[in-house]
Design a protein around this ligand. Structure first.
Ligand code: ATP
Length: 235
């Protein structure tokens, strides 16, 4: 196999004295979509933070594009093409949608994504371009947060539960945008609670249980029963 775009090796991570991840090993090939599934508190967000660089592992390494980035700060990883859309959005409320998107361009790389392409891919965002972020619904903010990450031309896009709490119509629009994002060659790691959607979009699935990866494999080779059992730790 050629060098994976992302290789997480033997990673332990946590918050203060609390250990949230134990010996995590994950590889993601360029162009692949990996879905992380697991119960609340399993450690999925912590793993994404460790990959994005907002959290430093206490052990192990994170390699990206063949380079050891374990000690690199998040801003440096963003410039290299790692884009995180965290759970709970975090836009600049007093800026307009378009201004928020422009902030994304300033922290990323050059590439195919610009305002026109984001608006074409996410019509919901285009419709709200002049509105202040503070005046958007939760779903609209989530769509803008994805647009902002795309403006940085990520080579590796990390999406943390982007559909959490959103109306089904908005979730459908976000998922409709995924093939266009992948068509640019973008590698994606996403956290999704809905197993139906996970199986529909993922090339590979990794199940996280209490800070450990307990099951991983191609989506085509796994059954919902296997994933559900891993999710609840009854496998
Ligand atoms: P969820 O779906 O609820 O977001 P998750 O799988 O993403 O769950 P994490 O958010 O990674 O799980 O949490 C893993 C563990 O780390 C949990 O026990 C959680 O309480 C703890 N944790 C998460 N963030 C912090 C933090 N900032 N400070 C302290 N502990 C944290």
């Amino acid at each position: 196999m050629s060098t994976p775009l992302l290789a997480v090796q033997s990673v332990d991570a946590g918050y203060g004295d609390f250990q949230a991840l134990f010996g995590i090993d994950v590889e993601v090939a360029e162009g692949e979509l990996l879905a992380l599934v697991g119960a609340n508190g399993a450690g999925k967000s912590t793993l994404l933070r460790t990959i994005a660089g907002s959290l430093k592992p206490s052990r192990g390494t994170v390699r990206y594009a063949g380079e050891d980035v374990t000690g690199a700060p998040d801003i440096q990883r963003a410039r290299k093409g790692i884009g995180l859309v965290p759970e709970g959005r975090r836009l600049f409320p007093s800026l307009t949608v378009q201004e928020n998107l422009q902030v994304g361009a300033a922290t990323g790389r050059q590439g195919p994504w610009d305002l026109a392409k984001v608006y074409e891919t996410l019509p919901l965002v285009a419709d709200r371009r002049a509105r202040k972020a503070a005046r958007l619904s939760g779903g609209e903010q989530q769509a803008v947060a994805i647009g902002r990450a795309l403006m940085g031309n990520p080579r590796l896009l990390l999406l943390d539960e982007v559909s959490l709490g959103l109306a089904p119509l908005v979730v459908d629009q976000l998922y409709t945008a995924l093939p266009g994002i992948r068509a640019e060659g973008t590698t994606v790691v996403l956290v999704e609670q809905d197993l139906g959607r996970t199986f529909a979009v993922a090339d590979r699935i990794a199940c996280v249980l209490e800070g450990r990866i307990v099951l991983t494999g191609p989506a085509a080779d796994l059954t919902r029963e296997q994933v559900t059992a891993a999710y609840f730790g009854t496998g």
